[in-house]
Design a protein around this ligand. Sequence first.
Ligand code: ADP
Length: 536
Amino acid sequence: MSLNFLDFRTRQRDYLLSIAQAMVSRLNLRAVLRLIIEASVEMLQGQVGLIALHDPKDGFSFSASYGLPPALVDAFEPLVMGLPPVESPQNFDLPDMSEKLREIAQETGLLLRQVVALPMFVEQDFLGVIFVFRSHSLLFSPDDRQILRSFADYAAIAVNNARLYESAVTERRRLDALLEASADGIMVLRPDLTVERFNQALVSLTGWPMADALNQAHDEVITWARQNSPATLAQAVTQGWPTREGRALYVEGDLRRRNGSVVSVGITYAPLMTAKGGVLNIIGIVRDITRFREADVLKDRFISVVSHELKTPVAIIKGYAETLSRPAARRNAQLQEEMLGAITEEADRLARLVDDLLDVSRLQAGGLPFRDVDDVDLRLIAQRVCERYRPQAQNHTLRLDFPDDFPIIRGDPQRLEQALDNFVSNALKYSPRGGEVVIRGEATPAEVVLSVSDQGVGIPLDEQEKIFERFYRVEGPETRAASGAGLGLYLTRAIIKAHGGRCWVQSRPGQGSTFYAALPRETALALLPMVLLPED
Ligand code: ADP
């Protein structure tokens, strides 16, 4: 049956129209390809049609057929197997397939005499081949090819669209996964600064459940308790930000969580612009900077405390050394002795500071080595510390209070002496008006508890934990008058912890303090690593 030319053109136009409709209305690639192959076969007056799609990774696979029982599709594989690599629409040259066609016809029992095949390209991307077979021997004409060309082009566009859609979906899923897995809080804002997306990390950071945060105004969710950047997002937007893509805005400060508590964060707002320069979205990346802030505070404390602690002894040593270099001072033996004594004392203080700093840095780096582990008689250690301080403690009464049967424990004697020494030197330093300092030892079935009490300035309740931090010193005239770098208690607690013990203080401002160190009687030191562990 042959169609007259007009009918033929009308049919072709109708087919192309319905293919175009199918392409815009459906994303079902297979259905579109089926329609295309059906149209191709019919318009070319063939009997059988096949579309083989090509994937650079997986090679060819048949995606649509017409006039062919599905079971027979695989029999056509030799056709695509033998295809030469296809690099561009221009150099596609179909090899002679008549031999293969004969074999396939034989295997399938189908009458297949002629085949025409055209590649499907979108620009330089080769997407597959469309085949039409005839059972009669009429050769395919250039016109036939021309018609098939238009169908192949449609098929190529449909395949390309489907692949683009698929990669857009994959891309979106990848983005979703990235958003959700990110440890930083991420939000996507609309141009009117309402929240379009809000990831899990931001839920944890702000305390805003995702459902509540979505569609809220940015300023409802991000409220600053303190903000130390030139402008907030809203202020920057009022001033004309963003002017172009890539110009990010950084805002840092203390964010008020939904429950009222605060957290230090830094937010980077990155605008996503349209081609015309409008704002498409603003991406906000919220980072918890509490640790940086703490590190900053620590660094400031370190610099102020250590520089002060270095300056004082160096100034004293220099002053005395200069005086001693004068002939007048050399003639006065007593003065000389006093000054040399003071120089030695200040040099010792510097050496202690350096030792403490080294210990702190070792502790930070992973641990302080135990110097040696032995039987330790804490009573003896307490006596030794007492003797050491008695000469300089004229205003104080130093008293030991230990039961006779005070137990021996296992530990590092030098480190434990360092700990007790810190307690006692603090008790003296921070009771400038003197009073009694008692070093007490008590034993319970499980623990020995050492305590050092004084009648000094005491410590405000809200600072009783902080004084165990590195470089922390209570602000006040009494502390300022006493030298110190704020490391003693930090190291003491680390030493006691490494022995499996605990360290704490009880104090009342103006009335005195008692520092405690409880150590297990049976320290399984063999089980502990041979280091003093840093804080939990
Ligand atoms: P330092 O004495 O070198 O400053 P510490 O770590 O030993 O460092 O002590 C930290 C802070 O704790 C001190 O600066 C002081 O403010 C406070 N403190 C420690 N011991 C006492 C005490 N017995 N009485 C009052 N305040 C104390």
